[in-house]
Design a protein around this ligand. Structure first.
Ligand code: EPZ
Length: 417
């Protein structure tokens, strides 16, 4: 298995361009299931998860043509509305095919995703909502088996804000009979970008980006050409990299409006930020001020940036508290950061980080996508050599991360395992 080797201590300097967003690309690519016409997608990030998604769509009968501009997908005939366990276990977001398959062909067989490193990751809210729309949904041998002659519009209340739950049901509702109202819907920018893509296909959706989304079902959807929005989590990771290395970096091709919560925290920590039309400049600090951080659904502070921020706060002047309110086990990076000299204790859903003056390089192991990013950030700052193993986690969600950091002056390389 590949490793990333870093010799830390170099401030990052220069400009870096953010890639397309993993969490926007996955639902948008899957939305092609809703039409028999060709859809074209631009700015699709080259990630393990996007490749997995294209593989899944191919299994179902898609024709996929990739060229230097982008990716064309057409599912004229759905040969197999099945998402097998072997595939779903590698990418939980495969659950997003459930709603579109039932809406398009009236049936679906999707493996239960099972848990992952950061939590149990149930999909009960997806299933309950489909049942409310008239689908018969049973669990058989670890699979969700769903069917419906035609989904019916319904009023659906999500008792927990769920991003892919909102996306799954919003897609299903575009072809349902009548109107569907999603209450307590997720407000993430990725939900908005999916809604915009669906509207361009002929869907009738109002309220995306607010807690109440209303979808009026239509008979069919047309093809479209969509550009994947830039990845706000990659942008945030790059901003924190500039901060932790006391660097000076312009993060380009990002939307500062999607990063207000992180920007506020970085400024409170002592960083200097300059916002431009589609870029943010971040000047870091040697040692940040300690903060109180709570993760929450958008527009709150993103759980997907929690691990990265913890690496930065491990060097703070004082004690930082980070409460993880979205997932029940998203502190897997704590043990590895402590191996690098951080002083972090976990108390339930809260981590207490007593700032230290420096981190020391060490061999560490990635456990999940964002935890691996936090270890890279810690390694960029630490004195000495850091070797990060199991970086296949990183490759799921970051496009050529080590190359981007090397262009900013980091001493970082991928060692083929
Ligand atoms: C999406 O996951 C993202 N993935 C995650 O990004 C992100 O961390 C998460 O939203 C929160 O922002 C994609 O968009 C592909 P949720 P999702 O449903 O939709 C509970 C990354 O690092 N819940 O919003 O799976 C759930 O257990 C990944 O890029 C139920 O109880 O997350 C969690 O506690 C990690 N029942 C909370 O809701 C359900 O049916 C939020 O989960 C669904 C969710």
């Amino acid at each position: 298995m590949d490793k990333i080797v870093i010799r830390g201590g170099r401030p990052l300097k220069g400009e870096v361009v953010v890639s397309g967003a993993k969490n926007a690309a996955l639902p948008v690519l899957i939305s092609a299931l809703l039409t028999d016409r060709e859809c074209r997608y631009l700015n699709v990030p080259q990630l393990v998860d996007t490749q997995t998604t294209l593989g899944l769509l191919t299994e179902m009968g898609s024709t996929i043509v990739a060229d230097k501009e982008g990716i064309a997908i057409q599912i004229a005939e759905l040969s197999s509305p099945v998402a097998p366990y072997d595939l779903v276990r590698r990418m939980r977001a495969s659950i997003l095919v459930l709603g579109p398959l039932v809406a398009r062909v009236g049936r679906a067989k999707v493996s239960l995703p099972g848990g992952c490193a950061i939590g149990a990751r149930p999909v009960n809210l997806h299933i309950n909502a489909l049942r409310k729309m008239g689908a018969q949904v049973d669990i058989e041998d670890g699979y969700i088996v769903a069917s419906a002659k035609r989904l019916q519009g319904a009023k659906i209340y999500f008792d927990t804000v769920t991003v892919t739950g909102t996306e799954n049901i919003m897609m299903a509702a575009t072809l349902a009979q009548g109107t569907t109202e999603l209450q307590n819907a997720a407000r993430e920018p990725e939900v908005v970008s999916l809604a915009e893509t669906l509207i361009a296909m002929g869907a009738k959706i109002q309220g995306a980006g607010t807690s109440t989304i209303v979808v009026e079902g239509v008979g069919r959807l047309e093809g479209t050409t969509a550009t994947i929005m830039s990845d706000r989590i990659e942008a945030g990771t790059l901003m924190i990299a500039a901060a932790i290395t006391n660097g000076d970096v312009v993060v380009k091709n990002c939307n500062p409006e999607h990063l207000l919560s992180l920007s506020e925290l970085l400024q409170q920590a002592g960083c200097v930020l300059e916002k431009m039309d589609n870029a943010i400049r971040v000047q870091g600090v040697t040692r940040p001020e300690a903060l109180d951080i709570v993760t929450s659904p958008y527009p709150g502070f993103a759980t997907d940036l929690q691990a990265q921020m913890m690496a930065f706060m491990s060097l703070a002047k004082g004690t930082t508290l980070i409460a993880e309110t979205v997932f029940e086990n998203r502190f897997m990076h704590v043990g590895e950061l402590c191996r690098m000299g951080a002083n972090i204790k976990i108390d339930g859903h809260t981590a207490k980080i007593v700032g230290v003056k420096s981190l020391q390089g060490a061999p560490v192991m990635a456990t999940d996508l964002r935890a691996s990013a936090s270890l890279v950030l810690a390694g960029l700052r630490a004195t000495g050599k850091t070797e990060i193993s199991r970086i296949y986690h990183l490759d799921r969600g970051y496009e050529a991360m080590e190359k981007k950091f090397a262009l900013l002056g980091a001493d970082i390389r991928r060692v083929k395992g």
